[in-house]
Design a protein around this ligand. Structure first.
Ligand code: UD1
Length: 373
């Protein structure tokens, strides 16, 4: 079994899978490959520490680049690794470029691919992640889904029902597993914040941060909200770079800080009054702990967080963002929502159970890792 990670959201998804495989190590042997898509200490290494993920056997060190460069770099460097390792399965998670690139390499080598977080669809083909999701699902032999509408999307696309296994949400496995440790984080003291009295913002998608007018407009909305309560914005390196490039000056109402590690960030958002984000994972995490979330996008691939959870899709327009944020702050959306079925902290165990049930014993041949390092 080869587990692949590349970018920040992959780390919290693979951590429980590695743990669940480890618990069945007499039946499954596993290796971890890091593509190196994310490489900064706070985008990668800190997550290995916070989430107790073992060091990867191999780091492909592919780094940043255009979509084609990044995808091609992962493919070129992953192929010889797989040729050496010859696993029975390659496990990929989520929808980042590393997910698609590694699935494509494995698929072409006739190695089974398992996709964790399969079936999510925004139906927005301008999102790079939508291409990654659809194509990875098409290549995958086993599709582990988090929610019923993901199953429906896959069935509609002609995926055979026996390849789809609804297991729940592995990101939520990590959330529950780490809540206690996050409780010990001192980030609120460090930032001098009182629980439930501040808002947290994250923005990093090209649609939110790559156009000067859009990013300026979002800052203007955040500044307006910042007049009502402190707004803390741990900013992705891409967002910080765009702010510099567009000459967007920091405003006193919005506290822009560097990205936080998993535990500090969990402590921060789970104690906030309101989250504003364009992230996918945070929509799910806030729903799980019933924290109000405004998603600053025009669509979401995670509609269950709106139908059942605490998420509101508000778009990118200043007035609408401010109006809905004020409603939340006035307590007008006190319906706390409910946690989706199977988002219970045991999704990864269900994945490993299903894998063993379907494939029998999956001990691969002895890996000769030295030759490819
Ligand atoms: C990627 C994923 C996105 C995910 C996000 C989480 C794709 C297509 N996108 O977007 O779905 O939500 O990760 O963070 O895979 N950079 C650094 N240090 C790093 C990594 C990146 O400074 O460790 C900067 C570089 O300038 C780089 C830019 O961020 O060019 C973008 O990084 P990239 O990996 O291409 O995409 P993300 O925006 O991080």
């Amino acid at each position: 079994m080869v587990n692949v990670v590349g970018a920040r959201p992959n780390f919290m998804k693979i951590a429980p899978i590695i743990r669940a495989m480890e618990a069945r190590c007499d039946e499954i042997s596993q290796s971890l490959v890091h593509t190196g898509q994310h490489y900064d200490e706070m985008m990668s290494e800190s997550f290995f520490r916070d989430l107790d993920i073992p060091a990867p056997e191999i780091n492909l060190n592919t780094g940043s680049g255009s979509h084609a460069e990044q995808t091609a770099a992962v493919m070129l460097s992953f192929e010889p690794v797989l040729r050496q390792m010859r696993p029975d399965w390659v496990f990929v998670t989520g929808d980042v470029n590393s997910t698609l690139a590694s699935a494509l390499v494995a698929g072409k080598m006739k190695i089974n691919v398992a996709h964790v977080e399969a079936g999510l669809r925004s139906f927005d083909w301008t999102m790079p992640e939508e291409l990654n999701r659809v194509l990875t699902d098409r290549i995958s032999e086993l599709l582990f889904t988090p929610s019923p509408e993901a199953d429906e999307n896959l069935l509609r696309e002609g995926i055979e029902p026996h390849r789809i296994v609804r297991v729940g949400n592995v990101m939520i496995d990590t959330l529950y597993h780490q809540l206690e440790s996050a409780g010990r984080s001192e980030i609120l003291e460090t930032l001098a914040l009182e629980p439930r009295s501040f808002a947290v913002v994250t923005l990093h998608r090209p649609a939110s941060v790559d156009e000067p007018a859009t990013l300026q407009n979002l800052f203007s909305a955040l500044a307006e909200i910042g007049r009502e309560l402190p707004v803390v914005f741990p900013a992705h390196p891409r967002t910080q770079a765009r702010m510099r490039e567009f000459g967007i000056q920091p405003v006193k109402e919005v506290r822009v800080i560097d990205p936080l590690g998993y535990l500090d960030f969990l402590k921060l958002w789970s104690n906030s009054r309101l989250v504003l984000t364009d992230s996918g994972g945070l929509q799910e995490e806030t729903t799980t702990l019933a924290i109000p979330c405004l998603t600053l996008r025009d669509n979401t691939e995670r509609p269950i967080t709106i139908i059942q959870g605490t998420n509101h899709l508000v778009g990118l327009e200043r007035e609408r963002i401010v109006t809905i944020a004020r409603k939340v702050l006035r307590g007008e959306f006190e319906n706390k929502g409910s946690r989706p079925e199977l988002w219970d902290g045991h999704a990864a165990e269900r994945i490993v159970d299903a894998l063993i049930e379907r494939t029998g014993n999956v001990q691969p041949q002895l890996l000769n890792l030295k030759a490819v390092q």
